[in-house]
Design a protein around this ligand. Structure first.
Ligand SMILES: C[S@@+](CC[C@H](N)C(=O)[O-])C[C@H]1O[C@@H](n2cnc3c(N)ncnc32)[C@H](O)[C@@H]1O
Length: 205
């Protein structure tokens, strides 16, 4: 990507991702207050009854319990985690760093979420461009992140930036993808205590 240092999307651990994600991690990656902030965003942006895509999914999708969706498709790296996710109506193991194309047709989804995972993508622009393809025009992609990561698997540029830099980088990735309306950026960090929580929300154009 223009303007970024060479190696920006390289990682300390360049082994295939299937090695790192072979064992299931049935844990939460942010605390309950930050998860509640993600759930609230989904409540605000995801249409009830719609078809939802949970990108880089695991055993928990953070969707509001009281809202039903017609379809919730999960894409991630670990089959045991995905099989344990009670909200998914379907799931697939798919390595986006090996193949950034999503295994879905055009305009299949009404909304998508990508929670605490954008920092693991080595070709984020290609993935975001394809996410725009599988969403209906105007449908939201809610990208959320905090200040924690698996350090060896996060790309180099993520380690170089602070929270504000992460927000700016993710918004820029959407611009580079070229099929998103100008992004909304939000700081939804819980007041008083809890992991910080930032969101960049694109709308497919
Ligand atoms: C920190 S976890 C977050 C899981 C979940 N989104 C959540 O909010 O708890 C990172 C997730 O990214 C997924 N992931 C990492 N690398 C991936 C890749 N190359 N392709 C697809 N998914 C990947 C993993 O399967 C894992 O579920």
């Amino acid at each position: 990507m223009k303007g970024l240092p060479p190696g920006a999307f390289r990682r300390e651990d360049e082994a295939p991702d299937e090695v790192f994600y072979r064992s299931a991690r049935l844990v939460t990656h942010i605390d309950t207050a930050a998860i509640a902030a993600v759930t609230q965003l989904y409540r605000e942006y995801f249409p009830p009854g719609g078809a939802v895509l949970d990108l880089m999914s695991s055993w928990i999708s953070h969707l509001p319990r009281e809202v039903a969706y017609a379809r919730v498709a999960g894409l991630g790296m670990n089959a045991e985690e995905l099989a344990a996710n009670p909200r998914l109506t379907e799931w697939v193991v798919h390595d986006l760093n090996r193949d950034p194309r999503l295994p879905y047709g055009d305009a299949e989804f009404d909304a998508a979420g990508l929670c605490v995972s954008i920092d693991y993508l080595t070709q984020p622009v290609a993935v975001l461009r394809d996410a725009g393809r599988v969403l209906k025009p105007g449908a939201p992609l809610v990208i959320t992140f905090s200040n924690r990561c698996f350090p060896t698997k996060a790309v180099a540029i993520w380690h170089e930036l602070d929270d504000a830099g992460h927000v700016a980088l993710v918004a820029r990735l959407l611009v580079e993808a070229g099929n998103w309306a100008p992004a909304t950026t939000l700081d939804r960090s819980p007041r008083g205590w809890g992991d910080p929580l930032f969101a960049v929300i694109g709308k497919a154009s």
